[in-house]
Design a protein around this ligand. Structure first.
Ligand SMILES: Cc1cc2nc3c(=O)[nH]c(=O)nc-3n(C[C@H](O)[C@H](O)[C@H](O)COP(=O)(O)O)c2cc1C
Length: 189
């Protein structure tokens, strides 16, 4: 197995990442890759779906060609994974900008000429680890729903979700119940 931990917080060593690293301890025998989306900035998303195709042999590709730069690196890392773990704090009830932008890129990758993106993504498993200030647990629902529905787009579902309470870095460590849940998150995997 090859677990890709997609870190979506704009800050390093945030609570969501701390929680994910605790969860990942039980995966010590598995390949893990940790990728911070902030290290792979993307240009603003361009909707080229209905632009004249670059390659007339693939009309559904629209204006999308082969990805380059950070998009290419993110695509290759994504496709190499068997498991995608979204590690994302709640930002305004939803996913952080960095993760939303990454998900938008899926729309481009779906249209790579002669691509097999959708078929490959349908073979993966999806997980979600998040933190919020915890003032209201229901505030994390839009984030989890976004990720659940995004997995469902490929005929998959979230294997598991974990929500911790975080404010200052490492404040997530103060909640024993959350730590216990993190240690058990990948248990049996
Ligand atoms: C831009 C922004 C928006 C936030 N929106 C929410 C929110 O809607 N609900 C909530 O409970 N916490 C919210 N928070 C608090 C974070 O979810 C919380 O501090 C989280 O633990 C940060 O995770 P991190 O340390 O991994 O970056 C927000 C924080 C930021 C910076």
């Amino acid at each position: 197995m090859n677990y890709l931990f997609l870190l979506a917080s704009p800050r390093a060593n945030g609570n969501s990442e701390t929680l994910a690293r605790i969860a990942a301890q039980s995966l010590s025998n598995q390949t893990q890759q940790w990728l911070a989306l902030r290290d792979y900035p993307l240009e603003p998303f361009a909707d080229l779906r209905h632009v004249a195709p670059i390659n007339p042999d693939f009309p559904l590709s629209g204006g999308y060609g082969q990805p380059t730069g950070h998009s290419k690196a993110l695509l290759e890392t994504t496709l190499a994974a068997t498991d995608i773990v979204f590690v994302a704090p709640v930002h305004w009830y939803s996913v952080p900008t960095l993760l939303k932008r990454y998900l938008d890129e899926w729309s481009a990758w779906l249209r790579i000429p002669d691509g097999t993106f959708k078929a490959q993504m349908s073979q993966k498993r999806y997980w979600a680890i998040s933190t919020s200030t915890g003032a209201n647990i229901s505030e994390a629902e839009p984030l989890f729903s976004t990720l659940e529905l995004s997995a469902k787009y490929f005929g998959c579902s979230l294997e598991k979700r974990l929500l911790g309470i975080g404010g200052k870095p490492d404040s997530v460590l103060l909640d024993a119940e959350t730590l216990k849940a993190a240690k058990q998150f990948f248990m049996g995997d």
